[in-house]
Design a protein around this ligand. Structure first.
Ligand code: ADP
Ligand code: MG
Length: 323
């Protein structure tokens, strides 16, 4: 079981940024309005995520560390109707099996909170504790018991950059939540949580460019696409500014990128890539998020309808702007 757990953990947790991604998804699922992320040494030494969401009731705290115990899927069919970002009940157990996790949490209904420490999958401490409403998770000594993983990590500055990137994306995708990132004691950014994406873009990427974002929204039956596009002259040398959210979930998808680039291609200098933040909302029954544990890939039903709709929308928006 110990070995199986470590292998399963490796599927979900590849590096500190994967821990951060899972923890902030949990905070978002808990309806947090404010999420504070603090990391030290590229997350190798410390990752702390503090939120003001609904918290975990004392009797559920240990369950949260058990594999699949909290799985939101009861029947197989449900997998096509996932409403929350997490649903496998795998992340927290995986993280705790390869690090030392301290959880401090309290729900609105409780007078006193709970503190729990799990190291390498073993519960070391569990007791009442003072806590604000919400949940704080501290991850220390990541991969202490999986030396191969530890060796494969890059420099602290590179790992910090991966973390900063994933938080930036979630901050853009959830402008209604305030994200604060502190790296090695230094504040990197704080978003206001007022719902304004252009403002988030300005804070995280570029203040002047944010003013040029073109905002477009289209409804195609059950499909809604909202996009924030920078005109082609602001294009980049790589794809990392092609940012997609499907029903609030950050997604990397080759075909979505391909069709986005197709839409830009008449106006795009060679070797350049667009800056675009695209929100796709579609009935959950058209989405299968169960492709890979890291969940950044996706499968759609009738995918070409979605790609074509995206292409059409981009072409229209840019034609209006460029010509
Ligand atoms: P899931 O796939 O359900 O997200 P996780 O392993 O990520 O599984 O988390 C296990 C469970 O712990 C969640 O289902 C949720 O009930 C609880 N949980 C984790 N993080 C938080 C948080 N920040 N606030 C409230 N509950 C949380
Ligand atoms: Mg989760």
């Amino acid at each position: 079981e110990d070995v199986a757990q470590k292998i399963a953990a490796g599927e979900v947790i590849e590096r500190p940024a994967s821990v951060v991604k899972e923890l902030i998804e949990n905070s978002i699922d808990a309806n947090a309005k404010n999420i504070l992320i603090e990391i030290k040494d590229g997350g190798k030494k410390l990752i702390k995520v503090l939120d003001d969401g609904q918290g975990i009731a004392s009797e559920d705290v240990l369950l949260a560390f058990e594999r699949h115990a909290t799985s939101k899927i009861s029947k197989l069919d449900d997998i096509f109707a996932v409403k929350t970002l997490g649903f496998r009940g795998e992340a927290l157990p995986s993280i705790a099996s390869v690090s030392r996790v301290t959880m401090i949490t309290r729900t609105k209904e409780e007078n006193i909170g709970t503190k729990c420490i799990v190291t390498g999958g073993k519960v070391e401490y569990f007791d009442e504790a003072l806590s604000k409403e919400g949940c704080t998770i501290i991850v220390e000594d990541l991969f202490f018991n999986t030396p191969a993983r530890l060796k494969f990590l890059k420099s602290s500055s590179k790992e910090s950059a991966y973390i900063s990137e994933i938080i930036s994306k979630y901050a853009l995708g959830h402008p209604e939540i305030s994200f604060k990132l502190i790296i090695d004691g230094r504040e990197i950014f704080t978003t206001s949580g007022n719902g304004n994406i252009k403002e988030v873009f300005a804070k995280i990427y570029d203040f002047e460019e944010a003013k040029n974002l073109i905002e477009v929204e289209k409804h195609y039956g059950i499909l809604k696409i909202k996009a924030y596009l920078l005109p082609p002259q602001f294009s980049r040398n790589n794809r990392s500014y092609e940012i997609f959210f499907v029903n609030g979930r950050y997604i990397k998808d080759k075909n979505l990128s391909l069709f986005l680039e197709k839409g830009y291609s008449p106006f795009l200098p060679a070797g350049k890539f667009p800056v675009a933040i695209i929100f796709i909302n579609i009935d959950e029954s058209y989405v299968d998020v169960n492709v890979h544990p890291s969940k950044t890939e996706i499968k759609f039903k009738d995918e070409y309808k979605i790609y074509e709709a995206l292409l059409l929308m981009i072409k229209e928006a840019l034609r209006g702007d460029v010509l």
